[in-house]
Design a protein around this ligand. Structure first.
Ligand code: HEM
Length: 463
């Protein structure tokens, strides 16, 4: 769907799909006071989470309060306190890639999960076999089955939600899973509070929320804290690892870009240490690579959870009724040739008009992409995610040459840049590439820095 504004009727409710960045910004950013609600999610929102998950929470006082708490825990300065975790985890990631490069996808997933669990609960993940991570992933997988169009009649006929449980096995199952899920999330949040009482809880999002409860009318209840942190992990781990996977895919298929970035890294950072945060202003090409990754293959292909309008509106002669569902089709927006020529080519230079990171006129958003959504619903984890992408992408480029793998006849295997998973969040289908450290000296630095990272991470509990 590539139209700038397309209406699809499902029953009596219109769904408006936007394929032009200007229209998306006009409606979802500039008129975000109207377009910042969510459509009704009867099963996943109301029955499964009691609308305590920020992702599906409709516009209103509860959403405003929760969003404010998210902001307190994730604003720019709060994210500074998480940088040492991202730094240490990226040191571990680089060593993992050195030792077992063939399972790079697993390393990226572990990295992203560990950062999110550290930020959320102040504990880390040593392996994807960690029982907590398995339970959280199991919950996420179950939630994704609740959102499949047509899976539940109750989405089209909400009155079915009122059928007594004894007559509706589907409802009993959703409620049973909801109970398990609440118990798990509450246990994790209460564990942080117990550690705070003992004085050994490292900084974390949950800790900030508990601290904010003292005498604060805007604070979240126990259950709300459990669900806030639960949605944080759900929204932040897969999105980050999928973006990193797309970066590896781009580097495999567009080697010119990696060579250009490495030239910049060698000039600015040198080869005696890996890049760090203070290098960021001096690495415009690497920053453009990150922007281009987010544009080229947006994780949230349909813009994430849909928006909904809270009052009737007019736009360019179109009537948009209250309660309409609005989807920002990021795939179409980021491949709109009016703004991005040769949009499937990976070209960081689009962001470097004057040699510096550019405003990217005429794209209507200052980022030059909309990978994190719009308006009052814009991703609250944007800063944390951008920090993660910077430290991992620059370190990987600094440390490794990434190239096409070869088959048993020595022929290069070219991955398909369009082979992505289905669903609202999309990541590359598994593909092969070759990851080798650039020099023996760099290899030693990777080992040395990974030991420092491990020392830092020792203070975080893990299973
Ligand atoms: C590369 C990584 C990420 C991408 C591409 C991404 C993208 C998005 C998008 C497109 C949305 C929907 C925005 C809208 O409705 O307009 C969103 C929402 C959200 N994201 Fe992210 N995200 C990322 C990482 C994170 C991280 C690290 C966190 C947590 C720390 C996070 C937490 C959330 C939450 C809680 C929402 C729901 C906000 C609401 O409904 O009010 N995300 N994200």
């Amino acid at each position: 769907m590539y139209g700038s504004l397309v209406t699809v009727w499902t029953g009596r409710r219109p769904t408006i799909v936007i394929g032009d960045p200007k229209v998306a910004c006009d409606l979802l950013d500039r008129r975000s006071v109207i377009y910042s609600s969510r459509p009704r999610f009867v099963v996943m929102g109301e029955l499964f989470t009691n609308n305590d998950s920020l992702l599906t929470m409709p516009h209103g006082d509860k959403w405003r309060k929760t969003r404010k708490n998210f902001h307190m825990g994730l604003h720019r300065r709060a994210c500074e306190s998480y940088k040492p975790i991202q730094e240490a985890e990226s040191q571990r990631l680089t060593r993992d890639l050195l030792v077992t490069p063939e399972v790079f996808g697993k390393h990226l997933e572990r990295y992203a999960s560990s950062v999110m669990i550290c930020v959320a609960y102040g504990r880390r993940v040593d392996s994807l076999e960690d029982p907590i991570v398995k339970k959280i992933y199991d919950r996420m997988a179950y939630m994704s089955t609740l959102n499949v169009p047509g899976a539940f009649w109750a989405e089209s006929f909400p009155i079915l939600k009122l059928i007594p449980d004894c007559l509706a096995p589907w409802k009993r199952e959703v409620k049973r899973r909801a109970k398990d899920s609440t118990e798990m999330l509450s246990r994790l949040a209460l564990d942080v509070r117990d550690r705070m009482k003992k004085g050994d809880a490292p900084a974390s999002f949950t800790k900030t929320l508990w601290e904010r409860r003292e005498g604060n009318p805007e604070a979240l209840s126990e259950r709300e804290i459990a669900y806030a942190t639960g949605s944080l992990f759900g929204a932040g781990s897969d999105t980050s690892s999928a973006t990193l996977m797309s970066f590896f895919l781009a580097m495999t298929c567009f080697p010119r870009v990696a060579a250009e970035a490495q030239e910049e890294l060698d000039r600015v950072v040198g080869r005696d240490r890996s890049p760090t945060w203070s290098d960021e202003p001096n690495l415009p090409y690497c920053r453009a690579v990150i922007k281009e990754t987010l544009r080229w293959r947006p994780v949230a292909v349909m813009g994430g959870t849909p928006h909904a309008s809270i009052k009737d509106d007019q736009y360019n002669g179109h009537f948009i009724p209250k309660g309409a569902t609005i989807l920002g089709n990021l795939w179409a927006i980021h491949h709109n040739e009016k703004y991005f020529k040769d949009s499937h080519d990976f070209i960081p230079e689009r962001y470097l008009g004057s040699g510096k990171i550019d405003r990217m006129e005429p794209y209507p958003h200052r980022d030059g992409h909309s990978a994190f959504g719009w308006g009052r619903r814009i991703c609250p984890g944007k800063q944390l995610a951008e920090n993660s992408l910077f430290i991992t992408i620059t370190r990987v480029l600094w440390a490794f040459n990434i190239s096409k793998a070869t088959d048993k006849h020595g022929q290069e295997i070219t991955p398909n840049i369009f082979a992505y998973t289905d669903g609202f969040n999309s990541k590359p289908q598994p593909f092969q590439c070759r990851i080798r450290s650039r020099t023996p000296g760099i290899q030693q630095i990777i080992e040395r820095e990974a030991r420092l990272g491990e020392q830092f991470l020792d203070k975080y509990e893990c299973n």
